[in-house]
Design a protein around this ligand. Structure first.
Ligand code: SF4
Ligand code: MG
Length: 306
């Protein structure tokens, strides 16, 4: 079916002193209706910039974002909602949970006072919270409860799509699985389309149908989640998998081949393949020629030697 979200040649550059931060550099991808696309990579690879471009918090330097077949417009704001990393920072501390959840309904003029109250109570229950919490303030809630409020706020307008940026990274490990499973249930029940962003490949794999791997502003590999996990083709994807925490310790372990060196600066990305300074397979050609993303079996890979 036609994609619900499509990025075409998306570019976002920020001026930085004498240079330019190439935060997102020619990224094309799509998300089909009902699908969850995972976007994974180290912090600083451009994932959050993509989230902000999709949410129209940033304007692209070049390229386009299509939503439901048309250029993304302000009118789509209600149909696409975001779940943020830090629910505490994104919830107004001076407003009750009930007010916070009612706000989008007021802004978009949905329902009368009684209908809004009912919607807030029903949604609180749906995300596993007691409706009485509507009278409380964010600081009176635990981190997990606050993130459930963040999810409820994202869902209150019945969006077609949600963008989750490190939605569980700030939570204790014990709470993380509960929130992830809540998101999976809601996705199923509401037929949501999702862009699920995280630095943690194990989490992304748990949540996604397909996975796109980013490195220094570009996609290096894209495949369905199982082929990506079991038959990674890009050396960076292999390193991410080797470094990912195992959810199932009995599974055969990939030898730990951790990356050499730190992530280079996106201000002056390395020439040729941006991964070459850290790649165990780099050849002289990799220093000069940037590999294009191409189809290799069931995956799309940007490596000369995949
Ligand atoms: Fe490594 Fe070269 Fe492939 Fe880049 S193109 S990932 S440097 S082998
Ligand atoms: Mg980020």
């Amino acid at each position: 079916s036609a994609p619900l979200l499509e990025l075409r040649g998306l570019v976002k550059h920020f001026p930085a002193g004498a240079g330019t931060v190439r935060a997102v550099d020619d990224v094309s991808l799509h998300v089909a209706p009902g699908e969850t696309l995972g976007l994974v990579g180290e912090s600083g690879c451009g994932k959050s910039t993509i989230a902000r471009l999709v949410m129209r918090i940033y304007q692209p330097s070049a390229g386009s974002i299509l939503f439901d077949g048309a250029e993304l417009a302000r009118a789509d704001r209600a149909r696409m909602q975001m779940v943020f990393q830090d629910p505490f920072a994104s919830l107004n501390p001076r407003e009750t949970i009930g007010r916070i959840l009612e706000q989008p309904l007021l802004v978009h003029r949905r329902g009368d006072a009684a209908e809004r109250r009912d919607r807030v109570a029903a949604l609180l229950q749906r995300v596993g919270l007691r409706p009485e919490l509507a009278q409380r303030y964010p600081h009176e809630l635990s981190g997990g409860q606050r993130q459930r409020v963040g999810i409820a706020r994202a869902l209150i307008l019945h969006p077609a799509m949600i963008v989750c940026d490190e939605a569980v990274s700030a939570l204790d490990v014990s709470v993380r699985a509960q929130v992830l499973n809540l998101l999976l249930e809601l996705r199923e029940e509401l037929g949501l389309t999702a862009l699920f962003i995280s630095h943690d490949l194990a989490v992304v794999r748990h949540m996604s149908d397909r996975v796109a791997v980013m490195y220094l502003g570009q996609l290096v590999e894209q495949a369905d989640r199982d082929s990506l996990w079991h038959a990674p083709r890009h050396p960076y994807t292999r390193a991410l998998i080797a470094a990912a925490p195992r959810l199932d310790p009995s599974a055969a372990r990939t030898p730990r081949a951790l990356l050499q060196g730190d992530l280079p600066s996106p201000i002056d990305p390395p020439p040729g393949c941006r991964f070459h300074p850290r790649c165990p397979l780099a050849q002289p050609r990799c220093r000069q020629e940037a590999p294009a993303l191409r189809q290799v079996g069931a995956a799309q890979v940007a490596c000369h030697f995949a």
